[in-house]
Design a binder for this molecule. Sequence first.
Ligand code: SF4
Length: 288
Amino acid sequence: MAKQTPVEVDLSYSSHSRLSEYERLVYPVVSRRSRGLSLGINLNPDKRCNFDCVYCQVDRTSTPERIRPSVSQIEQELEYWLQELEQGQYQGYQLQDIALAGDGEPTSEKQLPQVLELLMSLKQRHPVLEQIKLILFTNGSGIGRNDLADIFPRFFAARGEVWFKLDAWDQDSQDRINRSRLKFDQLIEKLRHFGQRYPVVLQSCFFRWQGQAYSDQLYQPYLELVAGLAVSQVCVDRIQAYTLARKPAESDATPWSNIEMDRLATLLREHLELPVELFYESGSESDG
Ligand code: SF4
């Protein structure tokens, strides 16, 4: 087991401490979207990402950590936390999942296949992990990597989920929101190709931009895009509609109010035959 100097861990999602400042790659957090305790793995402590989302809530004002991801370090740190969680709880919270997330895009990390293999093997060895989910967050850019193709069937069999970022509905909105070099059509093709084989959870961030007023009209193209995915046999398990909870990269991005998020959820539910999970600036719909 890894020897770790205990650090003060703030579990709140509004803080989202990655612990990379302590040269750690694994961090516990109480996650709104996981509905409990999540063990996050930060595969991108250097904070580099191939998207540059205007709402990104990774703090890039501080110097990037020099720590590099290493499978053996991740294993040691996970073993440490699994011992802490032997009774299934940490600070009173039940472990819900292990999530590959962090400060950048997990599918851009070349050791991702080895990390996924590690998680599946830990699940077999640790009873506390039997029922928990494995979650891969992605902006979709590297989801089609050849070296992941053989892994995904076993990953999904091990209660794996892929949470696929989808904030934009055309090239213009992607240029404005995600500021990625990846063309919108290519992104949607990746989503289609993957989603026709495996279920995806769509993670969509909705927010006010430059003070505009909320209108249902604003999100009509999003509705049409998601409806079109279903027509092309993409299996969407559910939509996670969320707004900003922490300071974004651009101050022009501000959260929709709870009332505006409620209107959005009504719109999504009326037009899409999909479960919608709603996350407000503070808390989620299911908290009430
Ligand atoms: S993909 Fe994620 S980490 Fe990358 S810029 Fe967007 S929100 Fe930030």
